[in-house]
Design a protein around this ligand. Structure first.
Ligand code: NDP
Ligand code: GDR
Length: 330
């Protein structure tokens, strides 16, 4: 029997990698997209003819009920969210509606349409925020530091609650930062690798950053989507931390990326105080022992490999764009 999966947030970084992964596993892949006057399907363009896209919205309860009734998925991966932390201070209510209450809407749809659907919730290490314990595991208390983090804590607990209240196979994956050449350019890793490529090729002079001392546990997105899938294949639903167990500072990231192309970062990087957050998450490092022992999951790409992969991809893309601009017909 062909398994059907529904992915919300399929146009995002993780959604695109997960869609590829599930196609490889032989799934029929459905994606939920919100209506926009300009379609943003770049990350899934290459698999566009192999997936099924449906319009619905996490803000619209009935649209979710209709979608589940139509697709009848075996698995739902809820990846859609307002995922950029600084924007959550600018739009705290929308962040709550979407990133927090949106989870309840999807769980309600499952409860009413088909309780046998397996559900994955994209929870985040941002829920740990300012907690002092390190490394953080599934039992570490939450101390979120942004409206985004607070919304994710709600999403996490409502997932646990629907599992305990209604017996829904609902899992919360507490994923630490994961990056790739498909990462949005507003996130620090991609902002750095894009700037390194543009500076190297003479298109940019400076890179403005915020807190260089912030430390994160950075992994590769392609590795992390496998953990999402593994969670839904277990005999029992549960929650898992997914991380590399290593942390690095933004300064190390910058140094590594500039070094790789033979540039001295100190000549190009400036601090812009406007990029310092109202409340910072200074350091995060995950303990993925449970994912390793129960799911048999482990990360494959190391931090230096990840940075080099992203710089290489940005160099190639920027070069291609330069050639396209030069040879564009008049
Ligand atoms: P992206 O920002 O790349 O993708 C987010 C997706 O959600 C996009 O498909 C986007 O659709 C949709 N979306 C965003 N904002 C809204 C909104 N206001 N209304 C409707 N749809 C919206 O995120 P990632 O792929 O990196 O992350 C996937 C999920 O995992 C998110 O829930 C994120 O919070 C969570 N997460 C991510 C981590 C990471 O390091 N990447 C770590 C831990 C958790 P559209 O194309 O229409 O904008
Ligand atoms: P984060 O990722 O907030 O951890 O959330 P981001 O890459 O935005 O920031 C990481 C750290 O870098 C510091 N920083 C900067 N960040 C950005 N974006 N731009 C800068 O110029 C800059 N300078 C320094 C930040 O202060 C921060 O400490 C990501 C998102 O994907 C969330 O959706 C996800 O839940 C978490 O990772 C885990």
């Amino acid at each position: 029997m062909t398994k059907r999966a529904l992915i919300t947030g399929i146009t995002g970084q993780d959604g695109s990698y997960l869609a590829e992964f599930l196609l490889q596993k032989g799934y029929e892949v459905h994606g939920m997209v919100r209506r926009s006057s300009t379609e943003g399907f770049e990350r899934i363009q290459h698999i566009r003819d192999r997936i099924h896209l449906h319009q619905a919205d996490l803000l619209d309860q009935l649209s979710l009920v209709r979608l589940l009734a139509e697709v009848r998925p075996h698995e739902v991966y809820n990846l859609a969210a307002m995922s950029f932390v600084p924007t959550s201070w600018e739009q705290p209510l929308l962040t709550g509606e979407f990133t927090a209450l949106g989870v309840t809407r999807m769980l309600e749809a499952i409860r009413h349409v088909d309780r046998t659907i397996r559900f994955y919730q994209a929870s985040s290490s941002e829920m740990f925020g300012a907690v002092r314990e390190e490394p953080q595991n599934e039992n570490t208390p939450f101390y979120p530091r942004s409206p985004y983090g607070v919304a994710k804590v709600y999403g996490h607990w409502i997932t646990v609650n629907y599992r305990e209240s209604f017996g829904i196979f609902a899992c919360s994956g507490i994923l630490f930062n994961h990056e790739s050449p498909r990462r949005g350019k507003e996130f620090v890793t991609r902002k750095v690798t894009d700037a390194v490529a543009r500076i190297k090729l003479g298109l940019q002079e400076k890179l403005y950053l915020g807190n260089l001392d912030a430390m994160r546990d950075w992994g590769f997105a392609g590795d992390y989507v496998e953990a999402m899938w593994l969670m839904l294949q277990q005999p029992q639903p549960d929650d898992y931390v997914v991380a590399t167990g290593e942390k690095h500072s933004v300064r190390e990231l910058v140094e590594l990326a500039f070094d790789y192309v033979g540039l001295d970062w100190k000549r190009y990087v400036e601090i812009d105080p406007r990029l310092i957050r109202p409340a910072e998450v200074f350091t995060l490092r995950g303990d993925a022992t449970k994912a390793r022992t129960v799911l048999g999951w482990k990360p494959k790409v190391t931090f230096p490999e990840l940075v080099r992969m992203m710089v290489d991809a940005d160099l190639e893309r920027v070069r291609r764009e330069m050639i396209e601009r030069t040879y564009r017909p008049l």
